[in-house]
Design a protein around this ligand. Structure first.
Ligand SMILES: Cc1cc2nc3c(=O)[nH]c(=O)nc-3n(C[C@H](O)[C@H](O)[C@H](O)COP(=O)(O)O)c2cc1C
Length: 344
């Protein structure tokens, strides 16, 4: 940290020590895995800038993940993690790929870890990070041996739960922050919020939306442009059209793709009705839909019909800039906030 002379910077460093030493990074800022966006370039840039990058495995095959990890390693010698989706049919093969590469941290997203997955990840000493959407689940995950938790509020981009970050943080940090490192995610656009969550007991924070427009991000220029133009209220949660089909809401910038998703839900619900698909298959179809729609926007630049997953902090993304500058700004804002508190 550059501002090491100020009281605020010292306070910040102290508050980030636990999270940073858990991650093996300089600062306790994770860039949450974002499918198609969090690949070798962004992940390496985040870790090289002192944060902690996480590869989004998404729907990748074990072979593709293997190549992605190798390419990331070629770009950074700093630690980074891999995010695996629990419902991936080849989950255990993907865990094996991470083990072969000695990936230090595996983030499990998309539901409770299947039996045996925690043991498989931890067998060679890797750490497991899980998402805890509620206090009861957090306690269950702690009992089952996870090493750290992310609590993510509904302000976030991508798949979301129903509760805001501020409420989750108040409800959960006092109960679990002593037991293990907890990283707070969702709606963080500036360092003042980082300082606030650290003061409440968080070990660190996870941001996604704020890093999408980094210079090193391979997101299509049209995707970045949509982010730069958008305000908080443009990032809306998808609506569930059929109560029998429990679709996890996704927060994204509103476009024609939002309507396409509504149509997709009707189609999947109809195949449930006709007995053509079981519930698990129906939900997998929805997830494949999102992966395809996000690719269409992030890689192909189709910002009309693709998915523009974005969090409410999108209004605070105002220019394309290098990852190192984004992290430096966040740290300076956080340090200044803590400095003000010291003076008060
Ligand atoms: C474009 C986009 C794609 C995302 N894809 C994933 C994903 O594949 N897996 C995952 O666990 N989280 C995903 N997320 C969530 C992020 O990892 C992160 O937790 C979230 O963006 C944090 O909230 P914020 O957007 O308010 O900063 C995604 C978010 C965005 C914006």
């Amino acid at each position: 940290m550059n501002q090491s002379s100020s009281i605020g910077a010292e306070r910040l460093q102290r508050r980030m020590t636990r999270g940073a030493s858990f991650l093996g990074s300089e600062v306790a800022i994770l860039c949450g895995a974002m499918s198609w966006v969090s690949e070798r370039n962004l992940v390496a840039a985040i870790s090289n800038a002192g944060g902690f990058g996480v590869i989004a495995c998404g729907a990748m095959t074990p072979e593709l993940l293997d190549a992605e990890i190798a390419a990331t390693k070629a770009r950074t010698d700093k630690p980074f993690g891999v995010n695996l989706i629990t419902m991936h049919p080849a989950l255990f093969d993907l865990i094996e790929v991470c083990r072969r590469h000695a990936v230090g941290h595996v983030v499990l997203a998309g539901g409770l870890p299947p039996t045996g997955s925690l043991d498989a990840i931890k067998a060679d000493g890797a750490r497991v990070i899980c998402f805890a959407p509620a206090l009861s689940l957090a306690k269950k995950l702690i009992r089952s041996g996870v090493d750290a938790l992310v609590i993510e509020g509904m302000e976030a981009g991508g798949h979301i739960g129903p509760v805001s970050t501020s409420v989750l943080a108040q409800e959960m940090l006092p109960e679990i922050a002593d037991a293990l490192p907890v990283f707070v995610a969702g709606g963080i656009g500036r360092g003042e919020a980082i300082a606030g969550y650290l003061d409440m007991g968080a070990a660190g924070v996870q941001l996604g939306t704020r890093f999408v427009c980094a210079t090193e991000s391979i997101a299509h220029p049209a995707f970045k442009k949509a982010f730069l133009r958008a305000s908080a209220r443009d990032a809306v949660a998808s609506v569930q059209v059929d109560p029998r089909l429990p679709v996890i809401p996704v927060r994204a910038l509103k476009n024609a793709g939002s309507e396409l998703f509504t149509a997709k839900q009707r189609e999947v619900a109809a195949s449930l009705d006709e007995g053509k698909a079981a519930m698990a298959e129906a939900q997998l179809q929805i997830e494949h839909y999102w992966a395809g729609a996000l690719r269409r926007a992030v890689i192909d630049g189709d910002v009309e019909h693709g998915s523009l997953m974005a969090g409410q902090s999108v209004g605070m993304v105002t220019r394309e800039e290098p990852v190192a500058d984004i992290i430096a700004t966040l740290l300076a804002e956080a340090a200044q906030a803590l400095e003000k508190r010291a003076a008060a």
